[in-house]
Design a protein around this ligand. Sequence first.
Ligand code: NAP
Length: 306
Amino acid sequence: MQRAIQFDRTGGPEVLYVAEVPRPRAEAGGLVVEVRAVGINPFDSKARAGAFPIDDPFPRTLGTNFAGVVAEVGADAAYWDGAPVAVGDQVLGWEMGTLRELLAVPASQVARKPADLPFDVAGALCTPALTAHAAIGVLNPGPGDTVLVSAAAGAVGILYCQLALEAGARVIGTAGPANHARLRALGVEPVEYGPGLADRVRALAPEGITAVQDNYGREAVDAGLELGLPPGRICAIADHAAVAELGLASPGRYERRADVLERLAARVAAGELVLPVQDVFPLDRAADAFALLDTRHLSGKIVVAP
Ligand SMILES: NC(=O)c1ccc[n+]([C@@H]2O[C@H](COP(=O)([O-])OP(=O)(O)OC[C@H]3O[C@@H](n4cnc5c(N)ncnc54)[C@H](OP(=O)(O)O)[C@@H]3O)[C@@H](O)[C@H]2O)c1
């Protein structure tokens, strides 16, 4: 048997409990990973809370990202470049229900973890890194661009900001006051979110902005429109209703790719990109981890280490 997080009804973090469930076996083309770290995401909170319809019967499992060590390899299991997977390899990737000790996962959803990338960072990387990468490809900010990024100190936001700066754009990022110094250190010009956002951005960039990357909700979208941007220069990943209503840009259901994840993981290991981790919780404190995530005001990723 192994331990896994489950819940029998949607609700707050208190619905989560640790269950004893059968150990998985590696199928052909797949592996079993001993999970060392799972970064939890707002998506996981929304799934737990029942914020969108899910058909799966209860008990349900939770968690979408992971990093760990390969414990068992199925027939013909290979990485994205065809190299065989071996027991003992350190990997990161994505699958549904990662909050468990042992995870069965297709090899196509796994990337090699650089040895010097800590497990807690690796386990938190997949969703924010692939989302930021996909979002950058939507508006392609570069030299001459001034981009307003909302929730800039959040997981997606902080990676997006670094990719936009590296591409040569000027980046103005909304954050709570506690995160302003962190953003400044990366080269982002911080601005407080809340009423009057468009005026504060206008004061920072009197010559105007050329793009918005919204990672939170309507406010930055409206600020972008007020500052004269066409909807196609506003990319939104959190407010799907606004995307449909206003014809905003969005990466949509972008394809998750192991080769892209592996490249981004190598860049984090090399210190070229930073994803801060705020706190690591053991599996039996997953509910506390989610309670912290649900405050929506963080200084880095919240990670569960099974
Ligand atoms: N479409 C997709 O494929 C996709 C993929 C990944 C994520 N998402 C969505 O993108 C959003 C961000 O995800 P994440 O993982 O980056 O979240 P996160 O790490 O939890 O970050 C949340 C951030 O929101 C900021 N925030 C709180 N209140 C705010 C407000 N009133 N106005 C502006 N910002 C505020 C916080 O800033 P302070 O801490 O500075 O207060 C915090 O840094 C989530 O809604 C998530 O579901 C979508």
